[in-house]
Design a protein around this ligand. Structure first.
Ligand code: IDP
Ligand code: MG
Length: 148
């Protein structure tokens, strides 16, 4: 099954939206394979967002991601990367469509609650950045035959 890294960024934790967002992912039929609360260091945040280095919002983005606890998760399922990106909605909360996490719950560009890997290759790299292999748990959910 495909895996993806999902982060509930510090705004999601501060705004008490962790349960709401996890609930949406669970109900979709994805399986939770890893979960932890992380106070990201600047080093971790810089590695995670290395692709954005040099952009005008980069420094602010690192400050944001290190400003409080982040919930780091690995979700797996059929087309998990694309499914999570669709559930998240586009980057700018003001433009993300209703029904998506950002469209329903965010209005900011930066403070947009969630990160989701944008390709299976990046998902593998990001999972390795945030999790040790032993922190991931594999099992099959008892309703897998109904969901998949
Ligand atoms: P994504 O999270 O939808 O994949 P990216 O373009 O990869 O969006 O940007 C990473 C993160 O950087 C965004 O989720 C958002 O928090 C922040 N960001 C992106 N563009 C801007 C911007 O123009 N201003 C401020 N922050 C931004
Ligand atoms: Mg991105």
């Amino acid at each position: 099954m495909q895996q993806t890294l999902l982060l509930l960024k510090p705004d999601a934790v501060q705004r008490r939206l962790v349960g709401e967002i996890i609930s949406r992912l669970e109900k979709k039929g994805l399986r939770l394979a890893g979960l932890k609360l992380v106070q990201a260091s600047t080093t971790l945040a810089a590695s995670h967002y290395a692709v954005h280095k040099g952009k005008p919002f980069y420094d602010s983005l690192l400050q944001f991601l290190t400003s409080g606890p982040t919930v780091a998760m690995v979700w797996e399922g059929r087309e998990a990367v694309a499914v999570c990106r669709t559930l998240m909605g586009i980057t700018d909360g003001a433009k993300a469509p209703p029904g998506t996490i950002r469209g329903d719950l965010a209005i900011s560009v930066q403070n947009n609650l969630v990160h989701g890997s944008d390709s299976p290759e990046n998902a593998a790299a990001e999972i390795a950045l945030w999790f040790q292999p032993g922190e991931l748990v594999s099992c099959s959910n008892c309703d897998a035959n109904w969901v998949n």
